[in-house]
Design a binder for this molecule. Structure first.
Ligand SMILES: NC(=O)c1ccc[n+]([C@@H]2O[C@H](COP(=O)([O-])OP(=O)(O)OC[C@H]3O[C@@H](n4cnc5c(N)ncnc54)[C@H](OP(=O)(O)O)[C@@H]3O)[C@@H](O)[C@H]2O)c1
Length: 246
């Protein structure tokens, strides 16, 4: 199901977690993938192993110049670019009173500016793709509901929703669809490194489906949004959260 062979997709932060699951799922459905990561080459290589349609494109999305060069390189490797999945992200937690300026700035630089610069550089390619063109942002459930101790992260994930809706309006006349996915708690390094077993059990108990989600459960929605079946969905925030926020 869901043949994606006409899609040429830049996936940022594809070396681990949700981005790795997205890259492997869409590559297995025929998409050509430019897999971006920042520094973990070993992890990126193991995600791409066995796929001749996955190309590695390391760069730091928080740099505008690196995004411009990275998008050019990705388009060269793929022979064009029809879609972008803005997934690279960092979560630096802390109460408002304690958050240090470099941590706040890094959160915005990676989670918001990164997607912004990537899309600015990729626009030319996306417009050419017309109704095959797709942009998907990874927001978060906490971008909509807020979370004590995550003010910087929530700010960044709420900003991504504004960017999604504005881009959706700008690109709709050319047929390009732009959406955000707002996952709840998903099993990845990002959640594992921040949470004890006890904290995870407490979180799971608050989720109507009673468990933390998997990266594959988010990747499936990305694959759907990249497909022809999703050609009339734009400007939406798709919640994938086990019912945590309804
Ligand atoms: N996990 C969750 O529960 C959850 C929930 C809601 C939303 N999200 C969002 O989903 C996205 C993926 O999260 P995840 O849990 O899969 O994260 P993760 O396991 O921590 O992986 C983060 C990925 O982003 C890359 N990255 C980080 N900074 C980068 C930069 N400056 N330039 C390029 N790549 C960079 C990392 O590359 P390296 O391997 O090279 O470091 C890695 O591939 C994030 O935007 C996150 O905010 C996650």
């Amino acid at each position: 199901m869901g043949d994606l062979s006409k899609q040429k997709v830049l996936v940022t932060g594809g070396s681990r977690g949700i981005g790795a699951a997205i890259s492997q799922l869409i590559a297995s459905r025929g998409a050509t993938v430019a897999l971006n990561y920042r520094s973990n080459a070993e992890a990126a290589e193991s995600v791409a192993k066995g796929f001749d349609n996955v190309h590695l494109v390391p760069f730091d999305v928080s740099s505008r110049d690196a995004c411009k060069e990275g998008v050019t390189k990705a388009a060269e490797l793929m022979g064009g670019m029809t879609a972008v999945v803005n997934n690279a992200g960092v979560a630096i937690n802390g109460l408002l009173m304690r958050v240090k300026e470099p941590d706040f700035r890094k959160t915005i630089d990676v989670n918001v500016s990164g997607g912004y610069w990537i899309c600015q550089a990729a626009s030319r390619h996306l417009l050419k793709a017309k109704s095959d063109g797709r942009v998907i942002f990874l927001s978060s459930v906490v971008g909509e509901m807020g979370n004590a101790g995550q003010t910087a992260y929530c700010t960044s994930k709420a900003a991504v929703i504004g960017l999604t809706k504005s881009m959706a309006r700008e690109l709709a006349p050319r047929g390009v669809c732009v959406n955000a996915i707002a996952p709840g708690f998903i099993e990845t390094d990002m959640t594992q490194s921040e949470m004890t077993e006890e904290a995870r059990a407490t979180v799971a108990a608050q989720i109507p489906l009673g468990r933390i989600g998997s990266a594959r459960e988010v990747a499936g929605i990305v694959a759907f949004l990249l497909s022809d079946e999703a050609s009339y969905i734009t400007g939406q925030v798709i919640r994938v959260n086990g019912g945590l926020l309804m």
